[in-house]
Design a protein around this ligand. Structure first.
Ligand code: SAM
Length: 287
């Protein structure tokens, strides 16, 4: 019966699209309670990970949102928050009496937003597939551009943005091609597209240092809690049920590989060598 269940599950999930149900993002949304799924912005980049509380991470996320909101100039026109996550940024924007709408392809996020922020107009769709007759004075990609093909993103923003509108982007970009974890667009490709599609960068800030404390915090937790717990659990299994321990070797090896890959994305040295976390404001060049 269980084999049958497993094969049915596998069949029905053959076409599983990560953007509609992202397990990693789902996990983060359970860990942090202010409905934001980004790295946050620490005023003091030198704060030690041992001194950081969950509350401080959440405060840093609010401060990160503030960095975005500070850039919004066209306050009488609608704002679109693309890849809005759990709706935390849009909530703050909405509280400032600005008109904000949200978009995400993720069903859990839409359900959450519908029940917690019913005042927000939402689109349940990938940005590339957005279908709307609305247009916006500001388009925001807060750590969501990395999920979207650059050409598709530039083409869609061009369709929905008002003349003279602003495109605010916060995300990490790869500054070289090496590294195990290839998430994030290459900065060089992004800057090329900015030129190609006729945009100008009106503001740019490197906030890598300000997001680092979150990475240090995650590393500290992994090293001081998760890895020792994993070791404890596997050793316990080895001594209590050696047969099961050796039978599950392949599964444990694959877990180790996955952990190795995930940890590479938050490895401080690698991040500093391979990526930059940037805040951009773009405006279309006038002809
Ligand atoms: C790291 S989260 C950031 C969430 C939110 N912007 C924030 O700052 O808290 C990435 C977001 O991008 C969304 N996303 C993934 N693929 C997307 C796509 N193709 N179009 C639009 N959003 C997408 C995810 O569902 C998620 O909401």
């Amino acid at each position: 019966m269980n084999w049958w269940r497993a094969s049915q599950f596998k069949k029905s999930n053959d076409k599983y699209d990560k953007s509609s149900y992202d397990l990693e993002l789902n996990l983060y949304s359970k860990l942090l309670k202010n409905d934001m799924l980004h790295y946050g912005y620490f005023q003091n980049p030198d704060i030690k990970p041992e001194d950081i509380s969950i509350k401080q991470i959440e405060d840093a996320q609010v401060l990160y949102s503030q960095q975005i909101i500070n850039q919004i100039k066209r306050k009488n026109e609608s704002i679109l928050d693309v890849g809005c996550g759990m709706g935390g940024l849009a909530k703050i924007i909405n509280e400032k009496n600005l008109n904000v709408e949200v978009l995400t392809p993720n069903k859990n996020q839409i359900d959450h937003i519908q029940s917690k922020y019913p005042e927000l107009k939402f689109y349940h769709s990938k940005f590339e597939d957005m279908n709307t007759s609305e247009s916006y004075g500001t388009v925001i990609h807060s750590e969501s551009l990395q999920y979207i093909d650059l050409d598709e993103a530039f083409k869609m923003v061009e369709i929905i943005i008002n003349s003279g509108g602003q495109w605010i982007i916060t995300d990490y970009f790869r500054i070289n091609s090496s590294g195990i974890n290839k998430s994030g667009h290459k900065l060089h490709d992004f800057l090329k597209k900015v030129e190609e599609y006729g945009w100008k960068i009106t503001f740019q800030q490197d906030i890598t240092g300000n997001v680092m404390p979150t990475l240090k915090f995650i590393n500290m937790y992994a090293e001081r809690f998760l890895f020792p717990l994993k070791h404890f659990a596997f050793e316990k299994l080895r001594f209590k049920n050696a047969k099961l321990f050796f039978m599950t070797k392949l599964i444990r090896d694959s877990m180790e590989r996955k952990i190795h890959k995930e940890m590479a994305s938050v490895d401080i040295k690698q991040f500093q060598n391979e990526k930059k976390y940037l805040l951009f404001v773009l405006e279309k060049k006038s002809n």
